[in-house]
Design a protein around this ligand. Structure first.
Ligand code: EPS
Length: 354
């Protein structure tokens, strides 16, 4: 059995759901630690007033008893408090009564850079909202909760994952200027994982390469347009003699250009993944668009949004990396019971004397 994650939820629907299968039984979860990650995701400079409405907390509906996993599917929920303002507009069932609150009028002016245009064409929607609600980064909340669970599993084998924005003196000033211009900004984040033994992932099958899985997981986060591992793009300009990390007598490296990954496997050094976030696509000074009903030129949808969410991305990408590392660890060490998982890890690091 491997570790799997399925999620559901619209930005202004009733809530966000994740179902995690394949977790070993006996893993202790700390509700405060999960809620602390949810809070970290909501913070950061440049976030939308939406974050003053939401106070994300995890609720567990299944798979946990007295704080320990049962080895059965773990069902997590994060409720959308803002749904109260969208009860008619985002009602899962045909709404009763007169239209009230937000989301009552169809959106017909797609935003460049968002899911709007391709989403309505692909799914045959008449209202852009039917596409944008799921495409919204709101659902990253429940993925952060899942990442927190993954971090708890990884901690049992001494792996730690942390994300941060890449130091940029003046990020706040750049955000302030963009806000004043009714514009948006992006940024760069870096995720590091320590304690990863060599040999997670494999070169044996393309789809199981850990570098590919990490890149896909991070690229799959809203607004990410670039991912690099270790020195990434800069490696292309170096010579081989400058680019590779020489192996010392203790089998460790004194440099880490590879970002802890060689041939689709962890190599025992720190894993380093970086992601570039584009400026968010909902602008208060809208870009040109077309009305999908009248065919007339117009200005793209303007609705409340973030000026920047780069600090949130650091938390979301941390969760994505943690989840993929947990999958790779579960694949390598197995374990229906947590004790089996940890014992397999110990026997492996003893065999390779790591
Ligand atoms: C988002 C638009 C904004 C963000 C949202 C992502 O939502 P709203 O229009 O409700 O203010 O705040 O992110 C979140 C709600 C969140 O919790 O991260 C978008 O269009 O992607």
């Amino acid at each position: 059995m491997t570790l799997r994650l399925a999620s559901a939820g619209e930005s202004h629907g009733p809530g966000l759901v994740a179902i995690l299968t394949g977790l070993p039984a006996g893993l202790a979860l700390d509700r405060d630690a999960i809620d602390a990650d949810l809070r970290r995701r909501q913070e950061g400079y440049g976030r939308s007033p939406r974050q003053r409405i939401e106070q994300d907390r995890v609720e567990v509906l299944a798979g946990l008893r007295h704080g320990r996993t049962l080895g059965t599917p773990l069902a997590l929920v994060v409720w959308n408090r803002d749904h109260d303002n969208w009860k008619w507009g985002m009602s899962p069932w045909p709404p009763e009564g007169e239209p009230a609150g937000k989301g009552t009028k169809p959106v017909t002016l797609p935003r460049p850079g968002h899911a709007d245009l391709a989403g309505v064409l692909k799914y045959g929607h008449a209202d852009v909202r039917d596409a944008l609600e799921r495409a919204s980064a709101r659902h990253t909340a429940v993925h952060v909760a899942a990442g927190s669970v993954a971090k708890a599993l990884l901690a049992t084998i001494a792996i730690a994952v942390s994300g941060a924005t890449v130091d940029e003196p003046g990020l706040q000033a750049r955000i302030d200027e963009a806000r004043a211009d009714r514009d948006t900004v992006g940024g760069i984040v870096e995720i590091r994982a320590t304690g990863v033994p060599p040999g997670l992932g494999t070169y044996a099958a393309k789809e199981d390469r850990l570098d590919g899985r990490l890149a896909a997981a991070v690229m799959g986060i809203q607004a990410v347009k670039g991912v690099e591992i270790g020195d990434g793009f800069a490696l292309a300009g170096l010579r081989g003699s400058q680019a590779h990390d020489e192996i010392g007598p203790d089998r460790r490296r004194s440099t880490n250009h590879a970002g802890g990954l060689e041939a689709g496997m962890s190599n025992g050094e720190e894993i380093v993944v970086r992601a570039a976030m584009k400026p968010l696509p909902t602008l208060m000074k809208p870009l040109a668009s077309v009305d999908l009903v009248s065919g007339e030129p117009g200005e793209a949808l303007v609705e409340r949004s973030d000026v920047a969410a780069v600090e949130a991305l650091a938390v979301v990408a941390e969760a994505a990396v943690a989840w993929e590392l947990a999958v790779a660890a579960r694949d390598k060490f197995g374990g229906d019971a947590l004790g089996d998982f940890v014992a397999a890890y110990r026997s492996y690091v003893e065999r390779i004397q790591w």
